[in-house]
Design a protein around this ligand. Structure first.
Ligand SMILES: Cc1cc2nc3c(=O)[nH]c(=O)nc-3n(C[C@H](O)[C@H](O)[C@H](O)COP(=O)(O)OP(=O)(O)OC[C@H]3O[C@@H](n4cnc5c(N)ncnc54)[C@H](O)[C@@H]3O)c2cc1C
Length: 466
């Protein structure tokens, strides 16, 4: 088995991984910092998403910061959130903005300078949007290289190498399937979220989707894993379909059983929900307008597709597509997980948002906690373990075969998408016995969904008893 050495190993080359890697080198230029990733070039949701643009929440004034914190906390229910992490994000947003300006990202602007927009779930024009993600990648990766960092591309991370004393590196498979171990004094997980595991998804490429599984196996505490964001998109093209277009009263749904007119729901009692639903693209977990999506999702056919006839007579097939996750490792203000030397940032970390997240909040989180994780790892890096010690920790490969993965993708799509079906409870028991990273990610998600279902059931029993 090949063994490589570095001081700080960052896994994942999205914006959070690169931010962590650059900040480690800025703090301690003498350290070796390596970024390992599945594929060469832009990957993940950061640089390769189909919109070719990203929004970032940047509260500038004290009052904007207070409002931002309030909005994030209000949206976090029924998920888990650490308010002090939200405050840190608000406080350090301006710094993230300056950093992006330093990378010369291309902000959408008008004559007065960069324009500000409302993010999903927010009524405040506080986000900046930058375009041309290829340029963003070139600029960011160029900065990392010029600081002296190196990429280890073509490596699929399989497990963190952990013992009672913390993390000592990670085990990878190279493109031919051979084991490669990397010894390191600190490891930063920036592997992105789970959305790539769903049959229908609109996440970026190069996503294994099993960050939660790897973190779970390493003994890291996970929260909010069930709160995956789904957006309605056309199955044929993958293009996002605005909810406002679907929820028009003239649309007709070809439901599984009896067709009905969606317009039946446009009773005045639903007016507020329709209005609210148009303020966010992802399906909400905590707002009342969720019931509209639940209704729509219950009309999926056996392929998981809702067939809708639009007012102009055209039929389209739409499905809820996994877009990104709001869950992951519970971290502290320095990106530390409970495992010594193992840090986490970006879409595989949580606590700075809960069930629902303001659009533009994830990029901010990746920039702020990526920076913090990199700095702290550089300050606290330990000596790398001996090769013999490392070999003893290499526990073999634990990821699914393509057909197992396909099965999981089908299962997540049919039973763990917006609705938590009864089958989830069965899956939970079956997945409990598994060891593969993908299955463990699915287990974390399904466990959360079942817990949520049980809480809802208990609440409805309590209210019917009173
Ligand atoms: C279409 C789309 C639009 C979005 N728009 C916005 C927006 O406007 N604002 C916002 O805040 N958020 C937005 N998001 C979410 C946001 O883009 C992502 O959450 C964020 O970019 C994630 O960054 P990251 O660095 O954590 O992970 P990613 O950018 O996903 O990077 C993960 C990295 O890990 C690598 N990797 C994964 N698994 C392995 C493995 N097993 N071994 C080795 N490497 C691995 C990947 O190849 C990649 O390099 C959007 C997401 C999508 C899909």
């Amino acid at each position: 088995m090949e063994i490589l050495d570095t001081d700080i190993l960052v896994i994942g080359a999205g914006l959070s991984g690169l931010r962590a890697a650059c900040s480690a080198l800025e703090r301690s230029p003498h350290l070796r910092v390596s970024v390992a990733t599945l594929k060469k070039g832009p990957s993940g949701s950061s640089f390769a998403n189909r919109n070719n643009a990203l929004g970032i929440q940047i509260p500038l004034t004290d009052s904007e910061k207070n409002d931002y914190v309030k909005e994030v906390l209000a949206l976090a229910k029924p998920g888990f959130v650490k308010p002090y992490l939200v405050k840190i994000m608000a406080e350090e947003a301006s710094e993230a903005y300056e950093f992006l300006k330093g990378l010369e990202v291309r902000f959408k602007s008008d004559e007065g300078g960069p324009s500000r927009f409302k993010g999903c779930f927010s009524n405040v024009e506080r986000a900046f949007v930058f375009e041309d993600l290829h340029h963003f990648y070139e600029s960011f990766s160029g900065m990392f290289r010029s600081l002296g960092g190196d990429f280890l591309a073509g490596l699929r991370a399989v497990s963190f190498l952990v013992d009672d004393d913390g993390v000592h590196g990670a085990l990878f498979a190279d493109e031919s399937g051979n084991d490669v171990a990397v010894r390191a004094g600190a490891v930063i997980a920036a592997l992105g979220g789970p959305a790539g595991m769903w049959k229908y998804n609109i996440t970026g490429p190069g996503q294994s989707g099993y960050s939660y599984g790897m973190l779970h196996r390493a003994g890291v505490e996970l929260k909010n894993a069930g709160f995956v964001q789904f957006m309605w998109a056309e199955v044929k093209s993958g293009n996002f379909v605005p909810p406002g277009q679907l929820f028009r009263k003239e649309n007709r749904l070809a439901a599984m059983a009896e067709p009905f007119y969606f317009g039946d729901m446009t009773l005045s009692s639903h007016e507020e929900q329709f209005r609210q639903r148009n303020t966010h693209c992802p399906v909400s977990w905590g707002l009342e307008d969720r019931s509209l999506d639940v209704t729509l999702a219950s009309c999926r056919n056996e392929d998981g597709v809702v067939v809708v006839q639009l007012g102009d007579g055209e039929w389209i097939g739409v499905a809820p597509m996994a877009h990104s996750g709001n869950g992951g490792a519970v971290i502290d203000e320095f990106g530390r997980t409970g495992v010594r030397g193992l840090y986490c940032c970006g879409e595989c970390a949580t606590g700075m948002h809960g069930a629902d997240r303001i659009g533009g909040g994830m990029v901010l989180s990746g920039m702020v906690f990526g920076k913090r994780a990199g700095e702290h790892a550089a300050k606290s890096v330990r000596t790398i373990p001996s090769k013999d010690r490392l070999r003893g920790l290499c526990s073999g490969q634990n990821y699914c075969t393509p057909s197992q993965r396909e099965q999981l993708a089908e299962m997540l799509q049919s039973d763990a998408t917006i609705l938590c079906s009864r089958a989830c409870f069965k899956w939970k028991r079956e997945l409990d016995a598994t060891r593969e990273n993908e299955s463990l990610t699915a287990l974390a998600i399904v466990r959360d969904l079942c817990h949520l279902e049980e809480m809802k059931f208990a609440a409805s029993r309590r209210s019917s008893a009173t």
